[in-house]
Design a protein around this ligand. Structure first.
Ligand SMILES: Nc1nc2c(c(=O)[nH]1)N[C@@H](CN(C=O)c1ccc(C(=O)N[C@@H](CCC(=O)O)C(=O)O)cc1)CN2
Ligand SMILES: [Mg+2]
Length: 305
């Protein structure tokens, strides 16, 4: 069997076109142009590419996008002060701090990721990393959905891969992907809130298992899954023998091995067993940026009152 390819790149393009149209209508109605400010500290090459891609995606969608590029020598106090400025700037609707932050050069005044993310106003927190937004999501009344998990939900929804009543195994328990996707897929209502739900399937009400580095007999656990979501950051961890025939396999991993991009799934082997599979690149990654645009428009709507 050869799996259906879940083309995240194409779905991201569809979503971005929908958002561009939403922004066009919004501005035509006399409302403000949504504005996103990204903060990039240091010179991590991958982060520079992601932030540049966010800037470009904003521009194409009619969203104003700016990037604050700060040196790796920036202190915790300086970064918190910049976030506070943006929190109070009424022209800025969305704020994000690109992760990872560099290893601090100032031991007296370090860049503390938790403190930095906590400082972003929950009403402008388009990454949905603040404790307020995480709490709202856990309670089933999200304000912003975290971008990568929302991308996965959109992918399953738009590719007609229902998970209601099914067993989803999430491999990985990060705050950015594993924990929120497990929460979203197990909730009572569909979390996919971009675009028209018609034609899609219920992406909620799943039975979810979270597996991780301490899980015993990982292969046995994964073999029980109707849908596997791999977000653990270990290249090609998920192999064909771990997959139930016909299962849906979503690869969130982006690992650089010998200058090549490799997912957490052994794509060549698994595609012969799975019912559907995302590639890397071109799977979940492009949806992260599409869902960031969605959240930026939502932040502008919240500011409308
Ligand atoms: N503040 C944030 N930091 C980080 C996030 C985030 O959502 N918010 N996620 C990742 C990085 N990221 C966006 O920031 C991101 C990663 C990958 C892609 C993507 O499109 N990947 C492509 C491959 C691109 C490549 O060649 O590297 C793909 O998978 O097809 C988009 C966004 C960590 N930090
Ligand atoms: Mg991918």
């Amino acid at each position: 069997m050869t799996a259906t390819l879940l083309n995240g790149k194409q779905i991201a393009q569809e979503i971005r076109a929908e958002i561009a149209e939403q922004v066009r209508r919004r501005v035509q109605a006399g409302k403000s142009q949504p504005k996103l400010c990204a903060i990039l500290v240091g010179d991590d090459p991958a982060s520079q590419v992601y932030v540049r891609n966010k800037e470009r995606a904003c521009e194409k969608a009619g969203i104003a996008g700016t990037v604050d590029r700060l040196p790796a020598t920036t202190t915790g106090t300086e970064l918190l002060a910049r976030i506070e400025q943006l929190n109070h700037d009424p022209t800025v609707h969305g704020i994000l701090v690109q992760l990872p932050l560099p290893k601090s050069e100032s031991s007296a005044d370090p860049l503390d990721e938790r403190r930095v993310l906590d400082a972003v106003s929950p009403l402008k927190d388009v990454d949905a990393f603040s404790p307020v937004n995480v709490g709202l999501l856990m309670q089933g009344r999200p304000r912003f959905l975290p971008c990568t998990p929302h991308g996965v939900v959109q992918l399953l929804h738009r590719c007609d891969r229902p998970v209601a009543g099914k067993h989803v195994v999430v491999i990985g328990r990060s705050d950015i992907v594993g924990k929120p996707i497990a929460s979203m897929l197990s909730q009572r209502t569909n979390m996919a809130n971009q675009g028209d739900a018609e034609g899609g399937r219920d992406v909620a009400n799943a039975t979810v298992t979270i597996a991780h580095s301490r899980t015993e007999n990982l292969a046995d656990v994964v073999r029980q899954a109707d849908c596997v979501i791999a977000a653990v950051g270990i290249p090609k961890l998920v192999t064909a023998d771990m997959i139930r025939p016909g299962a849906t396999v979503v690869d969130v991993g982006i690992n650089r091995v010998d200058d090549k991009l490799v997912g957490d799934v052994d794509f060549e082997g698994v595609k012969e067993v799975a019912g559907a599979i995302t590639p890397v690149p071109g799977g979940v990654g492009p949806l992260t940026i599409a869902m960031l645009l969605h959240n930026t428009v939502k932040a502008a709507e919240l500011a409308d009152g």
